[in-house]
Design a protein around this ligand. Structure first.
Ligand code: NAG
Ligand code: NAG
Ligand code: NAG
Ligand code: NAG
Ligand code: NAG
Ligand code: NAG
Length: 777
């Protein structure tokens, strides 16, 4: 009784080789596939072939020469052909052959040869009279799976392999004319799978099968899926009293007349798990309540009744044993919870895929259990705010995905919940006042209508969060501050708006390598339109464009850097001097024009009178005069030593000269101020328009005697031309000076002319000037 025996009954499943056979060798590149090519004989093969598929062809025999070249062959699939007889010795030289599939042929005769490397041999669905077991199989000690067929099954055949420890023995029987009782139990195999036409030797095979292996699977070969309901009960009742602990029925419809007279004997069983999946109970002749109670009365640890279109379930008064109940994919409604039921040991309840509507009802039902896991996914569940929810303390894992829950669902959750799935609902936000979910570790709110990440100052333990496919444009960073424990975040497939607000989120991935599930492929910009479809990873939002303070600082720094050379140039090339000079140039030019329009003073003979200190006479003679007086003599200068009349006093001479000159130039230097200026201070008060001050060297204001008010005022006003130390600037200086003293002396000359000569030609005016000058002086 120590063995856990399992029995499966499958109907209408045609077993494929993959279902029970081990995997083919992995070396895919060495696979030669001639499947379904209408071949009549084996083609020439590449010597490197390791796996060879010749299935679904018209081969009627295999020969020694066919496989000589492929010495490395490990797997040969020759199923679904027309092979009638086979000498296994043809594989004599394929020493590595491990996998040989000859199922679905027309084999009647096999000549045996001991292939010691063979692990998988399939001879099911052939036309053997008796099960083809030769002495030689007994020597194939590597054999794990063995597929057989035969119209007669007898003990003597199995005795030859009774000593082999097999993993799976598979019978693919098209017909079975004779079965000698006690044959199957001779085999030593973990799993026994029998595919047979229904009802042929069924009971004896079931009995023997149960004696043979821990796991028995019986499958109906032809499409006959309706089993009389009474047969089902008989099978159940039979298995109920055997050593079977695990009983599974799949893909069956039970219908017709059932005589259920409470005679099912529920006592005396070791059964622990019953699974009925994809079964359809079409039993109308008895009260439905009897059907609902048929399975729950079994009161075993583990009951699954899924995909069975059950509209309702009933429980007996006080079932004690249920720990696991799975009623997935039926059509159960809230009715299920109308009668209070005590299921004190129930820890797993799966009600996925039904038509439940009220979460609070489920909670009241659950309060009478020890539920740890509750799957309510794919229902029509909602929670109305004021309904009372009572969950057991034990409940830690809930699946509420694919329902109609809104934000209010958070008010109806068990206190100790750790894993919560709320996929595919109508949630818009996680209410901030949710403070009771202190144990929540995993929260899945994917495919809802969230517009931001939840705040989790109350979800202290949250470490896995899935908010994929919501409506989050730019996740707020509050989340990352409040949810320090989060290790895994799936925020992909949201319509991200790739602006500066998203920058911190993008950077988060860099700091927390591997935290974001689906990065980078699921994180794509939706807005703005020019970035639509761009991966967040590839979006470049510079620190500068997003940080205003930094932007300002940068601009200021840049400006400073740009202005530095300008300032340097300014100082280096004395730009202010040029400006001042140009300004003066403009002024003098303007004044000159104005003066030209005015009536010229009579008796003017010189363009300029120059006064200077003896100290500066060198400069005056070598620089000033030569630069003003052009060779053509068109500029006339009055100089003390040249034009003063020794017979008169200095003051008289000066006054004379000033009066005859259009402008008076004073060459200012400390010396000049000390010695000469006294003659002019008074004069300047009245005729400042006619004065040009040339500053030869800087004169500190304190050097100027206090009574020279006029000079001080002029210097303070910067009303002077400054002699540049830099020779390059002289051009402008001279130009300025020349304009200042330029005057049309023609009128004056004409006047002189009138006094002395009556005729003078226009052309000879230059020479005449000197004449006039001598005359006029
Ligand atoms: C050979 O090809 C068929 C389909 O043409 C496929 O079903 C079969 O699995 C292939 N065999 C192998 C060994 O890959
Ligand atoms: C099986 O193997 C043993 C020893 O390896 C050998 O003596 C015996 O002849 C083999 N039997 C067959 C049928 O090949
Ligand atoms: C069956 O094989 C197992 C090893 O796989 C062995 O322990 C067991 O004793 C064998 N049973 C019989 C009845 O030979
Ligand atoms: C019940 O059966 C299911 C499915 O086979 C299995 O996952 C579960 O562990 C079983 N539970 C118990 C309590 O045996
Ligand atoms: C729910 O269970 C708790 C503790 O198990 C109990 O105190 C409470 O009365 C129960 N509520 C209902 C409605 O049964
Ligand atoms: C919840 O149920 C759905 C399907 O009903 C399933 O896909 C999902 O994996 C389940 N979630 C958890 C956490 O078990």
């Amino acid at each position: 009784m120590g063995l856990i025996r399992k029995i499966y009954i499958f109907c209408n499943i045609v077993m494929s080789v993959e279902g029970w056979a081990p995997k083919l060798p992995e070396e895919k590149e060495m696979t030669t596939n001639y499947s379904g090519m209408s071949l009549r004989k084996v083609p020439t093969l590449a010597p490197a072939t390791i796996t060879l598929d010749l299935s679904h062809n018209f081969l009627f025999q295999l020969q020694n020469s066919d496989f000589l070249s492929v010495s490395k062959l490990k797997a040969l699939i020759a199923s679904h052909n027309r092979i009638q007889q086979l000498d296994i010795k043809i594989f004599e030289f394929n020493k590595e052959l491990r996998y040989l599939d000859l199922s679905h042929n027309r084999l009647k005769v096999v000549t045996w040869y001991s292939l010691t490397a063979l692990r998988h041999l399939d001879l099911s669905f052939n036309d053997f009279e008796t099960v083809p077991i030769g002495e030689e199989i007994g020597n194939m000690t590597q054999l794990e799976t063995l597929g057989l067929s035969g119209a007669k099954i007898q003990k003597s055949d199995f005795q030859k392999i009774a000593h082999l420890y097999l993993n799976t023995v598979f019978f693919g029987l098209r017909s079975l004319s004779h079965y000698e009782e006690g044959s199957l139990p001779l085999l030593n195999t973990t799993k026994l799978h029998i595919i047979l036409p229904m009802n042929i030797h069924f009971w004896v095979l079931l009995r023997d099968g149960l004696k043979t292996s821990r796991i028995l699977q019986m499958t109906n070969i032809d499409g006959k899926i309706d089993v009389p309901g009474n047969d089902l009960l008989l099978i159940f009742q039979f298995v109920w009293h055997t050593s079977v602990e695990y009983f599974q029925i799949q893909e069956m419809t039970f219908g017709g007349q059932v005589y259920l007279d409470n005679s099912f004997d529920y006592t005396n069983t070791v059964m622990r798990t019953v699974r009925l999946e994809h079964v359809h109970l079409r039993v109308f002749s008895i009260p439905q309540d009897t059907i609902y109670l048929l399975f729950t009365r079994m009161d075993i640890e583990n009951l699954t009744l899924s995909d069975a279109k059950m509209p309702h379930m009933l429980f007996p008064n006080s079932p004690k044993s249920f720990r696991y109940l799975n009623f997935a994919n039926n059509i159960l409604t809230d009715e299920l919870f109308k009668n209070p039921i005590q299921l004190p040991y129930l820890n797993t309840l799966i009600l996925k895929g039904n038509k439940l509507e009220t979460l609070s009802l489920v909670s009241c039902f659950a309060n009478h259990t020890a539920l740890m896991y509750l799957d309510l996914s794919q229902n029509l569940l909602q929670h109305i705010n004021d309904e009372n929810c009572l969950w057991p303390e034990t409940l830690v894992h809930m699946n509420l995905s694919s329902n109609k829950f809104a934000d209010s669902v958070f008010r109806c959750l068990p206190r100790n919940i750790q894993i919560l799935d709320l996929n595919y609902n109508n949630i818009q936000s996680v209410p901030k006042e949710i403070t009771h979910l202190k144990s929540l570790r995993e929260l899945n709110i994917a495919v809802n209508f969230l517009t931001d990440l939840p705040e989790c100052s109350h979800l202290r333990k949250l470490s896995v969060l899935n908010i994929e496919m919501n409506l989050i444009l730019s996740p707020s960073l509050e989340f990352f501050q409040s949810c320090q424990e989060v290790k895994t975040l799936n925020a992909g497939k949201n319509p991200f708006r790739c602006t500066c607000e998203l920058r911190n989120f993008i950077q988060l991935e860099k700091y927390s390598k591997g935290m974001m599930v689906g990065w980078p492929d699921s994180y794509i910009c939706e807005y703005p339109l020019n970035l639509k479809g761009t991966l967040l990873k590839d979006v470049y939002l510079s620190e500068l464009s997003c940080n205003t303070a930094l932007l300002i600082v940068t601009i200021v720094v840049l400006l400073l850097i740009l202005m530095m050379p300008v300032a340097v140039c300014f100082l280096r090339f004395d730009v202010p001097w040029y400006f001042r000079m140009l300004g003066q140039l403009m002024q003098t030019w303007h004044r000159a024009r104005k003066a030209a329009q005015e009536q010229p003073r009579r008796n003017i003979q010189f363009h300029a009178f120059i006064s200077y200190s003896a100290h500066d006479s060198l400069w005056v003679k070598n620089e000033l005069v030569p630069n003003l007086e052009k060779e053509d003599g068109s500029v006339l200068i009055c100089l003390c030593e040249r034009n003063f009349d020794p017979g008169k006093s200095i003051t008289e001479n000066i006054i004379n000269c000033i009066e005859k000159s259009y402008k008076s130039i004073f060459v200012l230097s400390p010396n000049f101020v000390q010695s000469e200026w006294c003659h002019y201070e008074l004069y300047c008060h009245e005729n400042s328009d006619h004065i040009i001050l040339l500053l030869l060297e800087p004169i500190p204001l304190y050097c100027i005697p206090t009574h020279f008010h006029r000079l001080k005022a002029l210097l303070e006003k910067k009303a002077y031309l400054e002699w540049p130390k830099d020779r390059r600037k002289c051009g402008l200086f001279w130009a300025n000076l020349r304009i200042a003293i330029s005057a049309n002396l023609t009128d004056i000359r004409e006047m002189c002319e009138l006094q002395t000569f009556t005729e003078l030609s226009e052309e000879s005016r230059g020479s005449a000037v000197s004449l006039i000058r001598t005359e006029c002086v």
